[in-house]
Design a protein around this ligand. Sequence first.
Ligand code: ASP
Ligand code: MG
Length: 474
Amino acid sequence: MSLVVMKFGGTSVEDQTAISRTAAIVAGRVAQGKQPVVVVSALARVTDQLLRAASAAAQGDRTGALAISSRLRSRHRDTACALIKDPKNSAALVNLIDQKFDSLDEILRGLAAILELTPRISDLIVSYGERISSRMVAAAFCEHGMDAAHVDAREIILTDSQYQKATPLEAVIEKRAAEKLRPLLNQGKVPVMGGFIASNEAGITTTLGRGGSDLSGALVGGALTADAIEIWTDVDGIMTCDPRVCPDALRVRVISFEEASELAYFGAKVLHPATILPAVKKNIPVLVLNSRNPSNEGTRIISLAPHCKSPFKSIAVKKKLSIIDVVASRMLMTHGYLSEIFAIFDKHKCPVDMVSTSEVSVSLTVDSNDKLPLIAADLSKHADVKYEGKKALVCMVGEDIRGQNGIAAQVFAAIRHINVRMISQGASEINMSFMIEEEDADEAVRSLHAAFFKEPDPEIFDVEAHKMAAEPTR
Ligand code: ASP
Ligand code: MG
């Protein structure tokens, strides 16, 4: 039987309608003879609200924190009642939700007394989102006639103790999955667990970082050597560019792991880049699918993409960046200079996106952040420093640019009317990125899309949907 890990994001479980739709999608897989393991996020926006409650409590705003929690309690209770028709089952679920919120409230009150929010407590507080959503989804699946079994993800996904962005311990996860998930599957049950949440080996709750449910899905898929991992979201898959910016955007039908992770890193919001890794290692295909449009085939991410007639698969844009120019004539021929510069970024825990160097200068790009003045002050002990915000990085990804001549010339010809600040062709050889003013970004994407997706390869892009949309409807 083919085993499929199905991960549903916050919008796929945001309310009764979404959860019912999700249940129908999973029941559909069961009817196809597949064995699903389901991983769910918290209901949409819940993680943000839990974090707000935590910070309110830590600032002594006990009433504000409890008010957020109380609104969340009502939302979950109402959703549970709407989902579960049988009064006994719905009372049991509501009771469980109440218990969880009672203990959350207790933590918030404690926090308001001690006024200190540690990363460990923050993880404990946000974990309630997925702990509760997974219970609700499991109950809804039973209501839809499936034999669902709730599994506490913290017993499967083991990590180190780096709270808020813990590193998974894959060997332990594999062992736990074999012990706790496999038997359920053998009994024909549908395991349902929360994404994002995990625990360290002492059993203390950790999380995988924001958006980490995709990674949970891939970890479970990797541990069970699933036949496929499905990431259910609210878009039709990976697009050639943001359809809100360019209405000609096409769905990418198939893309390589390497291309997809490159895109994810550069801001294509569809997928968490680290998601890819546990799946890549085991050569498991990942499908990005739309729970609001389940019949759409989505985007298939595989280890080796087939040859594509167009050089690029997609254009991603990352906005809100700053560029930092470091100029020092003494850099000429000295060694260790770059490491001094990077040590400063490291000290401020500020990741660098793109670097370009000349004899006497280094330009770096980073996410705009409030540490920049401090970083610049430290850098200016070594060199002249200038920094400027409101920049955007445009990143064009495609395996087929490898070794092709003249691609860069075509790219820059397409945007000759736009001022380019910095260029880099990544070491991966599959992306070409350049930095421009944020205000030029949309125009650049439209020009590049027009230049490179004029005759899209139908094997790789969903040309049909686009043709249909272009035909006038009567
Ligand atoms: N609920 C978590 C978040 O909002 C994890 C996820 O949705 O992937 O970041
Ligand atoms: Mg997500």
